[in-house]
Design a protein around this ligand. Structure first.
Ligand code: PEP
Length: 250
C-alpha cells in the first residue's frame, strides 16, 4: 500500500525557443494531465512557462541552481531568485551537470541544501555510468551520491521533493533500464532512506529517468517503487509527454 501519487517531470535541457514553447504550452494546457507534473525549461524561459501554466496546478522547475546565496557569482542564479520568480522546483545533480560541469557529490548536496533552505522542492538525480554498472558498482555509486545529500539534508527535508534514479547509460541513448533493473535500484534507494527516516522513505517520490517514452512508461511506472519519471527527449514533444503523463495516471 502506498499513498504516493505519481509525478512526471519534463526536463527540456537546453532546448526550445519562445514560439515552440508557446505551441507546446498550448497543447499541454488543452489536455490537462491527471497526474502531478513539473515542467523544467531553460532559465530564460522560466517566466514564459510560469505565466502560461498559472492556475493549472502544474509545478515549474529550474534545471540547476547555485550552491551559494546571492552575491558576486557572475552567471549564477540563487535559489531565492527562483522562488521570487514563482519557480517551485529545481533539478539538482543531473548527470550532465555531474559529468560536464564537474559537480561532485558534495556540490550536489550543497545545491540541494540551498534549494531546501530557500523553499524549493529539489529533484535530486543519482545514477551510475555504464562502466560502473558493468563493474557491479551500481548500488555503491548510487548510495554514495544519495548519502552525500542526506548528510546535509535529512530525508524529511527533501520532502516534498523527489529523487530521480537516472542511469547515465540510459539518458538520451534510447537504451532504457528494464523495469526490473530500475525497480531494484529504487528499492535500494528507499531502503537507504528508510534506514534514516521510515516515514519520509515511504512518502518520497522516486522517479525513473532514462529514455522513457510513451511505449515503455506504463511498465516502468507499474513497479512498486517507481513513482513517476523525469523525462528528457520525449518531453520536447507535447503529445509524447502527455502520453507519458497518461501512463502515470493509470
Ligand atoms: C534526462 O535528461 O533527465 C533524461 C532522462 O533524458 P532522456 O529522457 O532523453 O533519456
Amino acid at each position: 500500500m502506498t499513498a504516493r501519487s505519481k509525478l512526471v517531470a519534463a526536463n527540456w535541457k537546453m532546448n526550445g525557443n519562445r514560439a515552440d514553447n508557446e505551441r507546446w504550452l498550448q497543447q499541454f494546457r488543452a489536455q490537462a494531465p491527471s497526474c502531478a507534473v513539473v515542467v523544467c525549461p531553460p532559465y530564460v524561459y522560466l517566466s514564459q512557462v510560469v505565466q502560461a501554466l498559472a492556475g493549472t496546478g502544474c509545478g515549474i522547475g529550474a534545471q540547476n541552481v547555485s550552491e551559494r546565496p546571492a552575491g558576486a557569482w557572475t552567471g549564477e542564479v540563487a535559489a531565492e531568485m527562483l522562488v521570487d520568480c514563482a519557480v517551485g522546483w529545481v533539478i539538482v545533480g543531473h548527470s550532465e551537470r555531474r559529468a560536464f560541469y564537474n559537480e561532485s557529490n558534495e556540490v550536489v548536496a550543497r545545491k540541494a541544501a540551498r534549494a531546501i533552505e530557500a523553499g524549493l522542492r529539489p529533484i535530486v538525480c543519482v545514477g551510475e555510468t555504464l562502466q560502473e554498472r558493468e563493474q557491479g558498482r551500481t548500488q555503491q555509486v548510487v548510495a554514495a551520491q544519495l548519502e552525500a545529500v542526506l548528510q546535509l539534508c535529512p530525508a524529511g527535508q527533501l520532502l516534498p521533493g523527489a529523487i530521480a534514479y537516472e542511469p547515465v547509460w540510459a539518458i538520451g541513448t534510447g537504451r532504457t533500464a528494464s523495469p526490473e533493473q530500475a525497480q531494484e535500484v529504487h528499492r535500494a534507494i528507499r531502503g537507504q532512506l528508510a534506514a534514516r527516516d521510515a516515514e519520509a522513505a515511504a512518502a518520497m517520490r522516486l522517479l525513473y529517468g532514462g529514455s522513457v517514452k510513451p511505449a515503455n512508461a506504463a511498465e516502468l511506472f507499474s513497479q512498486t517503487d517507481i513513482d513517476g519519471g523525469l523525462i528528457g527527449g520525449a518531453s520536447l514533444v507535447a503529445a509524447d509527454f502527455l502520453a507519458i503523463c497518461a501512463a502515470a495516471a493509470h
